[in-house]
Write a protein that binds this ligand. Structure first.
Ligand SMILES: [Zn+2]
Length: 192
């Protein structure tokens, strides 16, 4: 599994032989598609995606290229889950957030259980790493945040803006954040 920015860009890069295998760095080649998935966006929005599958010309391993707007093993987009986490960081409870987003309370509670303190520390590390390489000033201008989650999301948002500026792209910020966090805005059930 590899996380890619936008499906269109990665398709072009893949066909041009510009996507490197994460194991051996040889170019990946198009190799069919993974099964179609429908995920929920904000409100009633639905996204149907058919992630590209690629095979390495060097080591022969296959990879699924997961679009960065999607979270690993989640039925909701990064934007949806991120919006819920940002609301939590702003001090809202999960019942209020679930009602506001039109999601079951149990779903929102499950998300929050997948963002324990250890994972928030990991998010903060990713945030600082990307902000530092894209524009260190993001880290200098930070206001005080009552929680590390709020601080992490704020840095990630600043880094996403800096990424779009440098890449002359207009990717949705949560998509860039999905890329920064490699699909793991929430912690996976098992970290390998
Ligand atoms: Zn390889």
């Amino acid at each position: 599994m590899m996380v890619v920015g936008s499906p269109e860009q990665s398709e072009t890069a893949l066909l041009a032989g510009e996507v490197a295998c994460p194991h051996c760095s040889a170019p990946l080649r198009a190799h069919g598609h993974a099964s179609t998935r429908t995920v929920r966006g904000l409100g009633q929005e639905r996204l149907t995606v058919r992630p590209r599958r690629a095979r390495c010309g060097g080591c022969g391993r296959t990879q699924v290229l997961l679009p960065a707007a999607l979270a690993l093993r989640r039925a909701d987009t990064v934007e949806v889950i991120g919006t819920a986490l940002a609301a939590k960081a702003a001090g809202n409870g999960y019942r209020t957030i679930a009602a506001g987003m039109g999601r079951p309370v149990s779903t929102v509670r499950r998300w929050f259980r997948r963002a324990p303190e250890k994972h928030v520390h990991w998010l903060h590390e990713q945030a600082v790493k990307h902000a530092f390489s894209l524009n260190p000033e993001i880290l200098a201008d930070l206001k005080q945040w009552p929680s590390l989650l709020g601080r992490s999301l704020n840095i990630l948002a600043g880094a996403a803006l800096a990424f779009n500026r440098l890449a002359r792209a207009e990717l949705p910020p949560w998509t860039v954040i999905g890329y920064f966090t490699r699909g793991n805005l929430l912690s996976p059930p098992l970290r390998t």
